[in-house]
Design a protein around this ligand. Structure first.
Ligand code: DCP
Length: 123
């Protein structure tokens, strides 16, 4: 479905995890926030943002893919809350010295082993 909201340039920019991780590290450093960005604090912040994200869907019933009936303001709010979750997740992995991108790729390989593609039925 075509997206007519001004802000939403779906996939217009291939942002890398590294770019986000570096930008977030700079952002925290410039504000003297490294002292607060401990793994536990970031985890709690992440969970808080997941709660805010959940509130957007709360009491709405099932929501159609593509959010066809949502206003641009509602979609923008959702983008912001998803971003907060992503930001804290990336920051948490970074302060734990973990390579989140590689870890996710490795996990996908493990998932594929655990859940193999079903063989085609030949009847
Ligand atoms: N110590 C902090 C505080 C904020 N942020 C960043 C990460 C999030 O992207 C955003 C969170 O900011 P707020 O706590 O102001 O939360 P919201 O943006 O959700 O605002 P509100 O709760 O008013 O909706 O700012 C951060 O990295 N470290």
């Amino acid at each position: 479905m075509e997206n007519s909201c001004e802000f939403a340039g779906k996939y217009s920019n291939d942002v890398t995890l590294k770019e986000l991780r570096d930008r977030l590290a700079e952002f925290a450093e410039a504000r003297g926030w490294d002292q607060y960005h401990s793994p536990r604090n970031l985890l709690l912040a992440l969970v808080g943002e997941v709660g805010e994200l959940s509130e957007i869907f709360q009491w709405k019933g099932e929501v159609a893919k593509g959010l066809p009936n949502w206003s641009c303001d509602d979609k923008e709010h959702l983008e912001e809350q998803l971003s907060d979750v992503l930001i804290y997740l990336i920051r948490l992995a970074d302060v734990c010295d973990l390579d989140l991108g590689q870890a996710a790729l490795t996990k996908i390989v493990k998932n594929a082993r655990k859940y193999p593609v079903p063989a085609h039925q030949t009847t």
